[in-house]
Design a protein around this ligand. Sequence first.
Ligand SMILES: NC(=O)c1ccc[n+]([C@@H]2O[C@H](COP(=O)([O-])OP(=O)(O)OC[C@H]3O[C@@H](n4cnc5c(N)ncnc54)[C@H](OP(=O)(O)O)[C@@H]3O)[C@@H](O)[C@H]2O)c1
Length: 298
Amino acid sequence: MHDGKVLVYGATGAQGSPVVEQLLDAGRRVRAVTRDAERAQHWAARGAEVAVADLGQPETLKAANEGIDMVVLQLPLQYDFALHEAYGRNAIDAARAAGVELVVFNTSAHVIPDADVHIYQVRQEVVDYLHDSGVPSIVLRPTFYMEILLGPWIRPGIVDNGVMAFPLPADFPMSWVSASEMGAYSVAALDRPDLAGRTFDIGGPEALTGSGMAAQFSDLLRSSVSYMPIPPDAYEQALAPMFGPTVAFEVASQVRYIIGTGDGSIDMKETAAEFSVEPVTLQQWLRGHEWRTGSTGP
Ligand SMILES: NC(=O)c1ccc[n+]([C@@H]2O[C@H](COP(=O)([O-])OP(=O)(O)OC[C@H]3O[C@@H](n4cnc5c(N)ncnc54)[C@H](OP(=O)(O)O)[C@@H]3O)[C@@H](O)[C@H]2O)c1
């Protein structure tokens, strides 16, 4: 195991938290990036260094990267695409300037190069910039996170109304992955500099369909949960009042594209063996969360 110091972006967020947690559990040296040190107090209490830095402010990233050996990079949700790309470039420039040995970049989505989807294109721009930078890197492209199911627009429907509404057809296979399993891949990749230059698609161990997931919820809750596919157009219309027409269009575009591929599943056998990561099934993940009616969630 490499004993270098690891800088983790998004360390207070859904994607970065499991990475920090697993690194600290393994006794690794961690520097957690946040814009507000208060938000990373729990990591400081566990022995992590905290770097107050902003992806939009390169000088803060320069300081955060000083003395760093490896970086786990994930970018926040940002539909200002120029800004999203700038965040990625800034982080990569700072890693290069600091002589970082390896960057593990979690693209946060199953980016499909050459797809006519803006959010994929901008994430691919960051991947290309990383490759051109000369900094050794491993790129991980996750499918859908199981944590989506905890969102305020899905979870209440399941626990209170017995309906899992989601914008994929009922029989569409998707290798949903938990954020903790994805974090395990990021952590494992840090010990695989021999894989620099490679890109891996990351999914969970099962090709899950909406109907199959609803059946698992029915078993778990001991009451009927049905699956309701939301057509992408209706999904876009529902999102628009909450997030505005641009974000609604971009989110729906991803869904339309994914549906168009006909299959969102990934055969993970080789990649799981390569990284020695323990798979997390939906059933295991569901049991780690609270699903009682009326409960407020995690
Ligand atoms: N594949 C999927 O199924 C799926 C589902 C949902 C989301 N996503 C993707 O996952 C990403 C969001 O996950 P997340 O864990 O980042 O979300 P999150 O839980 O909202 O956390 C956001 C993180 O980004 C940090 N951050 C935000 N703006 C920053 C800035 N300007 N400079 C430095 N750090 C900044 C925050 O740090 P502080 O607030 O502490 O500064 C926080 O740690 C997005 O890219 C989204 O597209 C993927």
